[in-house]
Design a protein around this ligand. Structure first.
Ligand code: ZN
Length: 80
């Protein structure tokens, strides 16, 4: 389906920057990614990295996300 998640070194190659720049962006939330446990390995979608490198928000960071989550919750309430 979608492309496999990449770790920091691969993301740095995709974005054409230093791995530490990628980690800093992940910690600040500027780049969208997931961390496995405290101090664990970061994983992110190549699409998120490309958007970040292009200085654009990825679709996961759009404010509409919160709205769709509420819609999801209310649809579950209606179904039960
Ligand atoms: Zn994203």
């Amino acid at each position: 389906m979608s492309a496999a998640a990449v770790a920091v070194p691969a993301a740095a190659i995709i974005a054409g920057c230093h791995p530490e720049t990628v980690r800093r962006a992940l910690r600040s939330g500027e780049l969208h990614g997931k961390q496995r446990g405290k101090g664990g390995t970061w994983k992110m979608r190549p699409g998120c990295v490309k958007k970040w490198a292009a200085n654009e928000p990825c679709k996961h960071q759009l404010p509409a996300h919160a709205v769709s989550l509420d819609a999801y919750r209310s649809s579950r309430r209606t179904a039960s």
